[in-house]
Design a binder for this molecule. Structure first.
Ligand code: NDP
Length: 268
């Protein structure tokens, strides 16, 4: 048999290490029971990662975790409400208890409510802000404290194109997502020294339970006016970009927001 050259031997060793690193990622996905979060959790489960999915509903988090385990990896569920001021410690604490640390946090969960500025109430405003902005901030803080000790970590925030180009009648949602984009940049600056990269995705319309009522029954013409690619996105098409942002393929990126919208904002 031919002896492998030194170069081949080195490359092979690196491949094994990469595979092992890939398999050992400990990832939290908030809102991992439906839509984009579930697609992310499934993507990581298929890669053999250790995944903690969180949602407000304990039974759903447990059921989805059990379903996702059949794709491989280790998947657990935890019930936590992003509007709860203790959410960060609860979710990150559970991840550390289960997996001994955290490599990546995907701040995905969010709520989408139509509220025009003139009709907005303090209650509407607070519920959107607490879930879409304060929750991710507190969860990032708790995760960063653990990641800082380990000397590395990745955080990905799921914002929206509404945070970049606001639409009428979504005052609180637009502001919460613009805030999340800003939080991404602040976190990136503060945490770069600790080896923690923080990036953001601004999806366009993606086929999920949240978006379905808004997109069902739209004519092809309306869809084409909305997205030059003439279709809405699939949750998996966000999951692959999340994977890119937590992988070493994006090693020199931090503080960035990537638009994934089939060309919707390209026209602006
Ligand atoms: P879905 O409504 O389909 O799923 C939302 C997930 O988040 C569910 O698992 C839900 O579980 C969980 N969740 C909701 N509220 C909370 C909360 N307070 N605490 C913890 N978990 C919660 O949403 P999508 O997958 O469509 O959206 C995911 C993210 O992507 C959101 O941040 C959204 O704003 C963003 N986005 C989506 C777009 C789209 O077109 N779909 C476009 C742009 C951005 P449960 O209800 O059981 O708690």
């Amino acid at each position: 048999a031919r002896r492998p050259t030194q170069r081949h031997a080195v490359r092979k060793e690196a491949d094994v290490t990469d595979t092992e690193n890939q398999a050992s990622r400990r990832v939290i996905v908030t809102g991992g029971t439906r839509g984009i979060g579930r697609a992310c959790a499934e993507h990581f489960a298929r890669a053999g990662d250790r995944v903690l999915v969180c949602s407000r509903t304990a039974s759903e988090a447990a059921a989805v975790a059990a379903e996702l385990r059949r794709f491989g990896g280790t998947v657990e569920g935890v019930a936590a409400d992003l509007a709860d001021p203790e959410v960060g410690n609860k979710v990150v604490g559970r991840c550390v208890d289960l997996f001994g640390g955290i490599d990546a946090l995907i701040n995905n969960a969010g709520i989408f409510e139509s509220t025009s500025l003139v009709d907005v109430t303090a209650e509407d405003w607070d519920s959107t802000m607490h879930t879409n902005l304060r929750g991710p901030a507190l969860t990032s803080a708790a995760a960063a404290r653990v990641m800082r000790t380990a000397g590395s970590g990745r955080i990905v925030n799921i914002a929206s194109i509404n945070g970049l180009a606001p639409e009428a009648n979504f005052a609180a949602y637009n502001a919460s997502k613009a805030g999340l984009i800003s939080l991404t940049r602040t976190s990136a600056i503060e945490l770069a020294d600790a080896g923690i990269r923080v990036n953001c995705i601004a999806p366009g319309l993606i086929r999920t339970p949240m978006a379905e009522p808004w997109i069902t029954g739209l004519s092809d013409d309306v869809v084409a006016r909305w997205a030059p690619m003439r279709r809405f996105g699939l949750p998996e098409e966000i999951a692959t970009v999340v994977d890119f942002l937590i992988s070493d393929a994006s090693a020199y990126m931090t503080g960035e927001t990537l638009t994934v919208d089939g060309g919707t904002l390209a026209r602006q």
